[in-house]
Write a protein that binds this ligand. Structure first.
Ligand code: ADP
Ligand code: MG
Length: 702
């Protein structure tokens, strides 16, 4: 029904209480243009206007309190550089100090002596006194008659507030908006789902989320709207996946031939884990569908992903096609090549390594063999998919560490042959399941969730700098036992020479403590030439050096089984997933391995939690969950570009259960009615259509 779209697409400046000036600000600050954008600006909290704390009853462990009182004193303290603004709020029971360090100019204009305010904040202790730091504050405005005692609180910005659109201002304009639009809000779920979950209608939910009369209305509106949000995202993702499978033809690799069988029976030195077998099966069944595969393979470091991908490459070779294995760095490409060469020893298959430092004659030879099809497996960096690298028949692309593989590179694959090759993206950065469901819902998804047998879990400790001499003693003991040690320094930005100073100083210290000729030390950092890095890595691998001092360039994939100690300096400066990646460099051999996290005494709460988590668990998925909770979805790797997590009301951490239900329902709906043609699914189809046409903030299709 076009009219329903039209009213929601009305420009916001036409809403009573907005006008052109505020409209321009709303666009600039919150990217709001239409009625609909305002409608979806959901409150993040509600004030119960009847419930106030007595100041005298506040305790330091109250989570947050709402107060009503009069400002009886204001004061600006401190120097120009570090100012502090304080105000004393008084009610019948007592007084409390409100404190601001930031936005002082703004708050000063907002607060006037002897006026009454509603204040909301979390008590903290300052010296011996309780205060509220940076509380929300709202003038007690008796002129506005609210329809209920519950008032929605909206996020806003300083300049919007200055233009009268503080939270309260939003209240007013949304109160104007709802009656205009609500008759046009059509149901967007089918009756079956509404009944199944006992949902209120879409229309009711939209009214109640903004203008609730009681808490149970808020609850039911939130439930419904969160579910809706997840459901429509999942429907889009799953549809994309279905469309891809229907429309994008792929090569069929039905044969399991000599390459695979010879490797399996003669070369494979160990039993595959059940998880590895399961994943190989999943990929094999994709290979015979005639559709292009897009699969994400997650598995902790050392879980045997590379081996799985190799076995799949052998199947591809058995069918006369070529494979490319791409690593994020040259070191890793080199290493993959070595590993694979060793695995394939004695099997007559042509494999090659192509990187920036491959000499010209060798390069020419490789490219020739690639074009005439005699080379079956090519290992390298992302340069492998450049147009000038021509394959005879590229059938399968394996990408190690997907986070470093962008959209642009994906597009290049499309130009590689008659059909788009099958793609397997491997990542050792575990993503929580909920996250994967939202981020990669359109990819097929495999997990290796068990490590090969016999792995000893890595003992992890956290030491402050004062324990340094003990650590040195421990290092010497380990070296005497024949083990090797990594010492890693943080390097936030590989191009910053400033950070290299840490590494240099660290190296000098270690050189003094572990002098030549008893000890040999390697150094690797991002600014070295590939050739030099390789040289140093090689010395370490061949046990000529016992200590490897490095920046995070060794983070991904480096495999030296004899290295059994990982020392991470300034560990508080690393993120959890990076710490986990680094720790994964040890524990690859038969010996007990150790990870020592060194930090200064000054730790933020979060840093402390990160280090403690590392000490507590070796499980990458558990670590990823903690990481997600600490940082929130917005900061997780790979999410910024996707826009998928631009959720209006749902939260993939807190609302995980709803997400799971929505995903299950979306799958079920589309498996029965993939085109959403049935009469009963019309409400869903209509809404989904509208979303796709708008591609607005939900911007999923990219
Ligand atoms: P990932 O790529 O997942 O980090 P790799 O494939 O590099 O893991 O495997 C890590 C190590 O474990 C390698 O040395 C590999 O040979 C070995 N490995 C792989 N699968 C098994 C298995 N099923 N049993 C024993 N060792 C294995
Ligand atoms: Mg690997």
């Amino acid at each position: 029904m076009p009219e329903s779209i039209d009213i929601l697409k009305t420009e916001i400046k036409y809403l009573k209480g907005v006008g052109p000036v505020r409209a321009a600000l709303l666009l600039k600050e919150l990217n709001m243009r239409y009625f609909k954008d305002l409608l979806y600006h959901f409150p993040f909290r509600y004030i119960d206007r009847t419930k106030f704390f007595n100041i005298k009853e506040i305790e330091p462990n109250n989570t947050a309190v709402q107060l009503k009182g009069k400002i009886i004193k204001i004061e600006t303290l401190g120097s120009a550089k570090s100012q502090r603004f304080t105000a004393i709020l008084e009610d019948e029971s007592g007084q409390i100090e409100l404190v601001w360090f930031k936005g002082i100019k703004w708050i000063k204009e907002k607060i006037a002596l002897q006026q009454h305010y509603i204040v909301f904040g979390k008590p903290s202790i300052f010296g011996t006194k309780l205060n509220l730091l940076h509380p929300e504050i709202e003038k007690l405005d008796n002129s506005v008659e609210l329809s209920s005692k519950l008032q929605a609180v909206y996020s806003t910005s300083e300049s919007l507030s200055n233009a009268g659109l503080n939270s309260h201002g939003f209240n007013k304009i949304i109160t104007n908006l709802i009656p205009l639009v609500e008759a046009h809000l059509r149901e967007n779920l089918c009756p079956e789902l509404i009944q199944k979950y006992g949902f209120i209608s879409h229309q009711q939910a939209m009214r109640n989320i903004h203008l609730p009369e009681n808490y149970s209305q808020i609850q039911s509106a939130q439930n419904r709207l969160k579910y809706e949000e997840f459901l429509f995202i999942q429907l889009q993702l799953i549809q994309l996946n279905i469309i891809r499978k229907e429309q994008v033809d792929g090569y069929t690799f039905a044969k399991v031939g000599k390459y695979f069988n010879d490797f399996f029976h003669q070369n494979l030195p160990f039993e595959l884990t059940d998880a590895q077998k399961k994943v190989i099966k999943e990929i094999r069944s994709d290979f015979v569908l005639g559709k292009q595969m897009n699969r994400l393979l997650q598995g902790d470091v050392g879980s045997g992903k590379t081996l799985v991908s190799l076995m799949c490459m052998l199947i591809v070779a058995d069918n006369g096609y070529q494979s490319a294995l791409m690593a994020p760095t040259e070191i890793l490409a080199q290493q993959h090549f070595n590993t694979i060469s060793k695995f394939l020893d004695g099997i007559p298959i042509n494999i090659g390594l192509l990187t920036g430092s491959t000499p010209a004659p060798e390069r020419k030879d490789l490219l020739e063999k690639l074009q005439n099809g005699t080379l079956k497996i090519l290992v390298g960096t992302h340069a492998l998919i450049e147009p000038k690298i021509q394959f005879q028949q590229l059938g399968f692309v394996v990408i190690d560490e997907q986070h470093r593989f962008g959209v642009e590179q994906r597009a290049k694959l499309r130009a590689k042959g008659a059909q788009i090759p099958h793609v397997l993206v491997m990542t050792a950065t575990p993503i929580p399941r909920t996250m994967a469901m939202t981020l990669y819902g359109d990819l097929d998804y495999s997990i290796i969730d068990e490590l090969p047998p016999g792995r000893k879990s890595i003992k992890t400790v956290h030491y402050f700098d004062s324990k340094r001499m003990e650590v040195v003693t421990f290092m010497r003991q380990q070296i005497t036992l024949g083990r090797q040690i990594y010492v890693v320094f943080p390097l936030i930005n590989e191009s910053e020479t400033l950070d290299l100073k840490d590494l240099q100083e660290g190296y000098d210290n270690i050189s003094q403590l572990f002098p030549i000729p008893d000890y040999q030390i390697s150094v690797v950092h991002g600014q070295m030439k590939a050739k030099d890095k390789e040289f140093e890595m090689d010395r370490f691998k061949r046990k000529i050096t016992q200590i490897m001092v490095a920046t995070t360039v060794i983070e991904v994939g480096v495999d030296v089984p004899n290295a059994s100690v990982m020392i991470i300096e300034n560990a508080e400066r690393f993120g959890l997933s990076q710490l986990h990646q680094l720790r994964g460099r040890v524990g690859r051999g038969a010996d007990q391995s150790y990870c020592i996290l060194m930090s200064s005494y000054k730790l933020s709460k979060e840093a402390e939690k990160r280090l403690q988590t590392m000490v507590d668990t070796n499980d990458g998925f558990e670590i990823a969950e903690v990481d997600l909770k600490l940082r929130g979805p917005g900061d997780m790797q790979g999410t910024q570009q996707s826009g998928i997590l631009n959720l209006h009301i749902a939260d993939i951490v807190k609302d995980e259960k709803i997400l799971q239900l929505a995903r299950k329902d979306a799958k079920q709906i589309l498996s029965i009615d993939p085109q959403l043609k049935s009469a009963e699914n019309q409400p869903i189809a209509r809404f989904l259509d509208q979303l796709k046409r708008e591609k607005n903030n939900w911007g999923l299709i990219g």
